[in-house]
Design a protein around this ligand. Structure first.
Ligand code: FBP
Length: 546
């Protein structure tokens, strides 16, 4: 593989490990756990893996380990650092016993079912250390949920003599890891399943998981781009830039970028939902800021919009939830209709209020909401042009205000969507170290005979030496939620906490950032140089752990 100069030099970076993972390790068990909610039902669904204790690693004595084969899967959207999870896992299993072998299943969980795999050797690992992307084995969104899939998986695991499987994924993939762990334990197959918390969205976090990997690098990449746009905007003073940012549900990415770049507006979906705001309320809010800045001679600015916004506008959220049930129940007859018939079908079957909301949406947005869901039942929000929808509506409002004499100025717009360009960036030092430590922890969970656990690394705002590593039973993170029309055990998604420090910090400053021009230009991720530039993590994490 041909490498850039930066990649060549960066491949020599040695990720920093926490003290407890630097040599021989012992696992210390804490108290038994309970699920976050719905304890009785979750317990009955996971009789073999419910209630296990949290595990923390401490330096230990040297012990011998039988040789085993391990499998690994990258699942869902890419996130910077995935390759370092795999290199941490590889290095640690080889350190424990050089006879240990690592197999990667290709293109996500689907590779386990279709028996497509490759052995990951030291030559391959060397090519991928500290690089972005998931291309070492590829990723995919196949949902592992049926017994048939589990049994197909079992055939290949047995054939390759694999005794442990590591699933690197987001909330849905780690939920599947818990289901698979329970199934393999129940069927006495002796195959351990370990999860690793991944997603740029930052919404896989809780008391035990401080952050999902990839959030740090992705938000730094977007903030660099937003900062560059802000400077262009302040230089020419002629455009309003509408920037849509990835993050399917939660607004953590948009909020973190706002804290880094101080834009004029950042919409936070969770606040929209809490205030029961309509699309019109949001448009009024943005138009008000545009008009106020225009009154002070500033016909320019930057607006950040989380891509998940549309689902959080309460009326649209209710519509989506009814559509989810409708598509789950009647998907088969519906999918054979043409576009116009599908629209008619939906309008006939929806309740009156939701049908009204559906009709008021622009055609392309309504169409996107009524398309098939991804395998996990999610609306494909990345394809909805919320930035253009909002800026069109703001422009219409300003035209009205101009006629009424309430707006004197210009409103020229530019649109951007930052998503895919951040998911495979070369990992920051934080993500490179964090991921390598997560991979090492996953190997240690395997060596200590655990299954149904997620690898965790904590105390991550302290120097790496002081980070703490261990594992948390995935069942402790589960609750019941409605998916595809049915109640399912899933990991509780962490949305932006409106009482939490990151949002409160933004709220304290937003009026000033709206009225004045307080842009901050973070610049590109730095890999070489002083620790305060290279090693500092996100403002979100720092504020949450103050
Ligand atoms: P994961 O939850 O699997 O990490 O993926 C997150 C994400 O990057 C979202 O931010 C985005 O909405 C979605 O993936 C896009 O999915 P796709 O890559 O399938 O277009």
């Amino acid at each position: 593989m041909e490498k850039s100069i930066l990649e060549k030099i960066r491949s020599e970076y040695k990720p920093k490990l926490p003290q407890a993972l630097k040599g021989n390790v012992k696992a210390v068990e804490g108290e038994p756990t309970n699920s976050v909610r719905d304890q009785q039902i979750i317990k009955s669904l996971f009789p073999n893996t419910y209630g296990m204790p949290i595990v923390r690693f401490e330096p230990g004595e040297e012990t011998t380990h039988h040789a085993i084969n391990v499998g690994v899967i990258l699942s869902g959207g890419q996130a910077p650092g995935g390759h370092n999870v795999i290199s941490g896992l590889f290095d640690e299993i080889k350190r424990l016993n050089p006879e240990n072998r690592l197999f990667g299943f290709l293109l996500g969980p689907g590779g386990l079912v279709s028996h497509e795999y490759m052995e990951i050797t030291s030559e391959i690992i060397e090519d991928y250390r500290n690089t972005g992307g998931f291309d070492i084995i590829g990723s995919g969104r196949t949902k592992l949920e049926t017994e048939e899939q589990f049994e197909k998986g079992l055939q290949i695991l047995n054939k390759l003599d694999i005794k442990a499987l590591v699933i690197i994924g987001g909330d849905d993939s780690n939920t599947n890891a818990a289901v698979l762990a329970e199934y393999y334990k129940d069927h006495g197959d002796g195959i351990q399943v370990i999860g690793v918390p991944k997603t740029i969205d930052g919404d896989l976090k809780n008391d035990q998981i401080e952050t999902s990997f990839g959030f740090d690098t992705a938000t730094k990449t977007y903030s660099e781009l937003i900062g560059n746009i802000e400077r262009d905007c302040a230089s020419a003073q002629k455009y309003w830039h509408f920037v849509k940012l990835m993050g399917r549900s939660a607004s953590h990415i948009a909020l973190e970028c706002a804290l880094q770049c101080h834009p004029n507006v950042c919409i936070v979906s969770e606040e929209v939902q809490a205030n029961d705001d309509s699309l019109n309320d949001i448009v009024d809010y943005i138009a008000g800021i545009v008009a106020n800045r225009a009154a002070h001679g500033m016909n320019y600015g930057v607006v950040l919009i989380p891509e998940g916004l549309i689902e959080f506008i309460p009326a649209i959220g209710r519509l989506i939830s009814e559509l989810n049930d409708l598509l789950a129940e009647h998907g088969d007859e519906y999918k054979h209709l043409d576009k116009a018939e599908q629209r008619r079908y939906i309008l006939e079957h929806l309740s009156k209020d939701n049908a009204n909301t559906f009709e008021t949406l622009p055609y392309d947005v309504a169409r996107q909401l009524s398309l098939e869901r991804d395998p996990h039942g999610n609306v494909q929000v990345s394809s909805i042009e919320t930035d253009k929808l909002l800026s069109r509506m703001v422009a219409a409002k300003l035209r009205l205000w101009k006629e009424e004499g309430k707006f004197k100025g210009h409103f020229h717009t530019q649109h951007h969507f930052f998503g895919y360009e951040g998911r495979c960036a070369i990992p920051s030092n934080f993500d490179a170290d964090y991921c390598y430590a997560l991979g090492t922890s996953a190997a240690q969970l395997i060596a200590n005979g655990k299954t149904g656990y997620m690898a965790v690394v904590k105390n991550t705002t302290a120097p790496t030496d002081e980070w703490r590593a261990g594992g948390v039973p995935i069942t402790s993170m589960l609750n019941l939620e409605r998916r595809n029309g049915q109640l399912k055990p899933v990991i509780k998604k962490a949305l932006v906490d409106l009482n939490g420090r990151p949002f409160q910090e933004y709220k304290r400053h937003r009026d000033e950032w709206a009225a004045m021009t307080c842009f901050v230009y973070p610049g590109p991720i730095q890999y070489f140089g002083p620790a305060e530039v290279c090693d500092t993590t996100t403002i979100t994490l720092q504020l949450e752990h103050q």
